[in-house]
Design a protein around this ligand. Structure first.
Ligand SMILES: O=P(O)(O)OC[C@@H](O)[C@@H](O)c1c[nH]c2ccccc12
Length: 264
C-alpha cells in the first residue's frame, strides 16, 4: 500500500524529534519542565467551556492539500487580529515541511497574544509534549490515526502531569471510541480525512452523538461561511476550528466577526 501523506508527515516528525534530541535529551527537557512546574488553570479547556460556540482560530501558512495559503504571513499580526475580533483560542501549526510552521513562530505568537494556544503538530513521541510545555502551549494535538489507545492514554497522562490540555482528533466512530477509552476530555472531529485530505462537512455532525456527555466537542475543518457555523452550533458543538477561510480573508477580523455573529 502506498504510504499516505499522513504517514510521511509522521515519519518526518520522528526525524525532527531525533534531531532535537541530539541537541537536548529527553531527560534534560523533562528537568526543564520540572523546574517550570505544572501549568495551572487549563485556560484552553476553560475557553471551550464558556457558554456558546467557541472559536479556535488557526495560524497556518500552508497545508499539504492547498500548498501555500498565505504567501504574505504576518503571523503575529494575524494572531493579534484574531484576538481583537474575539477568538477564544489560537491554533498554531509548528510542522515545518508541509505546513511551513515552526516552534519559533509559535513562541513569537505566544509573546504577542494572551489567548490560550494549541500547539498543532503531529505528536508521535512524548518528547513533543515536553517541548510544547516549554514553548508555552496550553494544549497539544493528539491525532488518533497516529496513536493507538495505549499510546493515547500514556500521552494524556503526561499532559495531565504537565498541566497541558490535549485535543484528541478523530475522524470516525472507531477513533472516537479509542479517544474516549483512553480518557480524552476534549475530542475534535475532523471533517477532513487526513489520509486523502477529502473534506466532508457533514462528518462532524454525523458523529456528534458518539461523543459522551462531559467531553468537550470541537468540530474541525472546512468551515467557510456563516451558515457552516450555524449548522455546527445547532448540533451542539462546543467549539469550531477554523483555518483556511480566515487565513485567506482580506480582512480576517471582519471574517471572524461575521462567523461569530452566526453563532449567536
Ligand atoms: O483550514 P480549515 O479547513 O479551516 O481546517 C483547520 C484545521 O481543522 C486543520 O488545519 C486541521 C485539522 N486537523 C489537523 C491536523 C493537522 C494539521 C491540520 C489540521
Amino acid at each position: 500500500m502506498a504510504a499516505t501523506i499522513l504517514q510521511a508527515i509522521a515519519a518526518h516528525a520522528r526525524e525532527r524529534v531525533a534531531a532535537a534530541e541530539e541537541e537536548t535529551s529527553l531527560d534534560a527537557l523533562q528537568a526543564q519542565c520540572r523546574a517550570l512546574g505544572r501549568a495551572h488553570g487549563s485556560p484552553f479547556r476553560s475557553a471551550l467551556e464558556t457558554p456558546g460556540l467557541s472559536f479556535l482560530c488557526e495560524v497556518k501558512k500552508a497545508s499539504p492539500s492547498k500548498g501555500v495559503i498565505a504567501p504574505d504571513f504576518p503571523y503575529r499580526d494575524i494572531a493579534r487580529d484574531y484576538q481583537a475580533a474575539g477568538a477564544d483560542a489560537i491554533s498554531c501549526l509548528t510542522e515545518p515541511k508541509w505546513f511551513l510552521g515552526s516552534d519559533q513562530i509559535f513562541r513569537e505568537i505566544r509573546g504577542a497574544v494572551s489567548l490560550p494556544m494549541l500547539r498543532k503538530d503531529f505528536t508521535v513521541d512524548e518528547y513533543q509534549l515536553y517541548q510544547a510545555r516549554l514553548m508555552g502551549a496550553d494544549c497539544v494535538l493528539l491525532i488518533c490515526a497516529l496513536l493507538d489507545t495505549d499510546e493515547l492514554a500514556r500521552y494524556l497522562g503526561i499532559c495531565e502531569e504537565l498541566g497541558l490540555d490535549a485535543l484528541a482528533e478523530a475522524h470516525d466512530a472507531w477513533e472516537i471510541a479509542s479517544a474516549v477509552s483512553a480518557g480524552a476530555k476534549i475530542i475534535g472531529v475532523n471533517n477532513r480525512n487526513l489520509k486523502d485530505f477529502s473534506v466532508d462537512f457533514s462528518n462532524a455532525a454525523r458523529l456528534r452523538d458518539q461523543i459522551p456527555p462531559g467531553v468537550l466537542y470541537v468540530a474541525e475543518s472546512g468551515v467557510r461561511a456563516p451558515e457552516d457555523v450555524s449548522a455546527l452550533k445547532r448540533i451542539g458543538a462546543d467549539a469550531v476550528l477554523v483555518g483556511e477561510a480566515l487565513m485567506r480573508a482580506p480582512d480576517r477580523g471582519a471574517m471572524l466577526s461575521a462567523l461569530r455573529e452566526a453563532a449567536r
